[in-house]
Design a protein around this ligand. Structure first.
Ligand code: ADP
Ligand code: MG
Length: 686
């Protein structure tokens, strides 16, 4: 149960004055659903304004406060252009106050001709004329404006204004309860951090790095502590020691020898499975490193020991593909393998559920459908989670609850997570690394071309297909509406089909499952030569004969994502090419990112650089989902503060693993505050 003291913070935003159905929507869009979220809605930056007596004292581009007297209102002829109010300063300089769209209505009322007003905003030039576009404030007296020369700038959504958000933040801050301190007292002497409520208030008021650090630290501490609680709980749980006798693995006839890294990982996993503490291991390996066979061997160990194994995939396409691959590879062993996705209904589904219940199915491959409440296993010994980064921690926990005894868990990820983030996302999981690619792989040639050269690219594609190759064409997911993205992908598909005929297939997220399967099937079997797709193919798809990939508007993708996409080619022994098509003008960072893609194929390096480049500014604040599990801590803070938070959490766990002491209780409150309370729920009596 959440401590009562937090109730004011977890009240709905509607309890703030002025929030009705109209504001609810933009607030939702920003993720602000409770008072807590508003209090933590920190400014992106601050504007500092300078009061000036007249416009001669100000320079263009400067944020100022000045007294102006409107002399004339000018609506544009068509009614569509901007609405301008001409105004004069104390010495007769004329400045236009310019409004677009609906804002012009308020301009008419706020700026009557002949009456002096105090204006705050950024001085710009429009042709020969000075102008201020959408002044931040218009007031009858100077008091308020001169009192707030330093003002926060909040992230907004359509329908919200800065003053509106600032007003809501003020209300939220007025409701902050007096929370007990959860940070180790020693920390404060080193850092001079403010107490929690003070830190929040300061962070809204001005540039205050210590306050920001403290708030970020709280979030990192909560995360570390929660993961440690999960880990500790896992250690307490009863698992079953699984000793495989090799009888199934001996029957495998893999078409290639395992790499050293694969053999080492398998040994590590085997060692874990032989313990009666449930395994919690992460298998990290770049795209194409060969994680699937490692998973197969692990699952066979469990089956040799008389248990069932399950493999969870993030998408249906991937589940189906794993099923086909595993069925082929494991055919000589004679084990029973089944596929279960959300799509299976009725009799077919019943038959699979029965097989899992009576144990006649040894290995199940599927999407989250394999862990729904109605699914009961006879004896589930091992769960493998592919593309782990797609699943949240709570899902991981849910899996752990599934068997009578807790199954072993092997999580696999191709996302080359920088070390700092590994700690954040996986806490204290044991890690096996596939740091060696199978032999014979050739580097992928990566080229960057402008979209204007589309014609050439299509010609080249034609030549590759004529030569017997297969290719991917990736359309970006960038528009606000998914339907528009799909329309764009369909248009591209139609154009390519007009040129290449039946050899082209299309896959996107909204396609009917049967059609999706049929398209994937035709491509995987080599009947179709070109697969046009949205990013649904990002993870896992394995068609070694595909040697050309074209990515449209490549600058829109994150480096890690481009790396994943590119990893779909270069999987066989033939030379592969990846064409990154860029849209319009690129920013410096954009150029640097694409150049980096050309330069290296090392996933870890790309991930580290991505972090660095983004820390540099371009995407700062526009967090891509799944990047980090944090809302408050910025990447730079994660790197700097996470190790401290991690040590702090460990110390607390050592001294007071049950979180019973005064500080332990405070830490519980913190876990609830950051909604990491699944950690608390694992505590006995929590
Ligand atoms: P990922 O780690 O990205 O999941 P996969 O398991 O899909 O990689 O393997 C990529 C490709 O490499 C597959 O076609 C697989 O058959 C092949 N492969 C895996 N291990 C080896 C190996 N030791 N030698 C040669 N090819 C291998
Ligand atoms: Mg894979």
């Amino acid at each position: 149960m959440r401590p009562d003291i937090l109730n004011p913070l977890f009240a709905e935003v509607e309890t703030l004055d002025g929030v009705g159905p109209k504001l609810k929507k933009p607030l939702d869009k920003l993720g602000l659903t409770r008072v807590r979220d508003v209090a933590y809605h920190l400014p992106d930056r601050f504007v500092t304004r300078r009061p000036v007596a007249n416009l001669d004292e100000a320079s263009v581009g400067e944020q100022i406060v000045v007294a102006l007297t409107p002399t004339e209102h000018r609506a544009s002829g068509t009614g569509r252009g901007p609405y301008r109010v001409l105004a004069s300063d104390a010495v007769g300089n004329i400045c236009a106050l310019t409004y677009f769209g609906r804002a012009s209505y308020s301009a008419k009322k706020l700026l009557p001709v002949g009456e002096q007003r105090w204006i705050a905003g950024r001085l710009d030039e429009y042709g020969q004329m000075l102008q201020i576009v959408h002044p931040d404030h218009v007031a009858e007296t100077s008091e308020g404006l001169l009192a707030t020369l330093n003002e926060p700038v909040y992230p907004l959504a359509a329908g919200l204004t800065q003053p509106k958000v600032a007003g809501l933040v003020d209300q939220a801050l007025a409701r902050l309860p007096d929370l007990p301190e959860w940070i180790e007292p020693g920390q404060f002497t080193k850092t001079q951090w403010p107490a929690w409520a003070d830190a929040l208030k300061l962070a809204h008021k001005g540039h205050h790095p210590a306050a920001r650090d403290r708030l970020a630290y709280d979030e990192l501490l909560a995360n570390s502590l929660a993961l440690m609680l999960v880990r500790a709980d896992n250690r307490r749980r009863k698992g079953q020691a699984l000793h495989g006798d090799g009888r199934l693995r001996n029957k495998l006839a893999l078409p290639f020898p395992l790499t050293g890294a694969q053999q080492r990982s398998i040994r590590e996993i085997e060692g874990d499975l032989a313990q009666d503490t449930p395994m919690l291991r992460l298998l990290q390996g770049d795209v194409g490193a060969g994680k699937t066979v490692v998973a197969l061997e692990a699952m066979l160990v469990a089956i040799e020991a008389g248990c069932q194994s399950a493999l969870l995939a993030p998408t249906e396409i991937l589940a189906r593909q794993h099923y086909e691959t595993l069925r082929t590879l494991a055919a000589p062993t004679g084990i029973e393998i089944a596929l279960l996705t959300g799509r299976d209904k009725g009799r077919a589904r019943e038959a699979i559920l029965m097989g899992l219940y009576d144990g006649s199915i040894d290995m199940i491959v599927g999407t989250h459908a394999i862990f729904q409440d109605t699914v009961t296993y006879r004896n589930l010994g091992l769960v493998v989670i592919d593309e782990q980064h797609r699943f949240g921690v709570s899902q991981r926990l849910m899996l752990a609850q599934k068997g009578r005894v807790t199954p072993h868990t092997l999580a696999m990820t191709a996302t080359p997570i920088p070390r700092t983030l590994t700690l954040a996302q996986y806490g204290e999981m044991d890690v096996s690394r596939l740091d060696e690619l199978p032999p014979g792989r050739q580097a992928i040639d990566t080229v960057v071309v402008s979209a204007e050269r589309m014609g050439e690219v299509v010609d080249r594609l034609g030549a590759a297909i004529a030569g017997g190759a297969q290719a991917y064409w990736v359309c970006p997911m960038v528009r606000e509406l998914e339907s528009e993205d799909i329309a764009a992908a369909e248009a591209r598909f139609a154009a390519l089909r007009a040129r290449f005929g039946d050899d082209v297939v299309l896959v996107h997220g909204q396609l009917k499952p049967e059609l999706k399967d049929a398209a994937m099937e035709r491509f995987a079997s080599g009947q179709a030569r070109l697969l046009v797709a949205t990013t649904v193919i990002e993870v896992g798809v394995d068609v070694p004969n595909a040697t050309l990939m074209v990515i449209e508007q490549a600058e829109r993708f994150g480096l890690a994502q481009l790396h994943q996409l590119r990893g779909r080619v270069g999987r066989g022994t033939a030379k592969s090419v990846c064409v990154l098509m860029r849209g319009g003008e690129l920013s410096e960072t954009g150029k640097a990112r694409l150049a980096l893609m050309r330069e290296t194929q090392d996933g870890f390096r790309l991930a580290e650089e991505d972090l660095r480049l983004r820390g540099g500014g371009e995407l700062l604040g526009t967090r891509q989902s799944g990047d980090t599990p944090f809302r408050i801590a910025e990447l730079e803070q994660i790197e700097r503060l996470l190790p401290l938070a991690h040590d702090d959490a460990r110390l607390l766990m050592e001294r007071d693993g049950g979180l019973a002491s005064e500080r332990g209780q405070a830490a519980r409150t913190m876990l609830y505050l950051f909604e990491r309370d699944w950690g608390v729920q694992l505590l006995r009596g929590g």
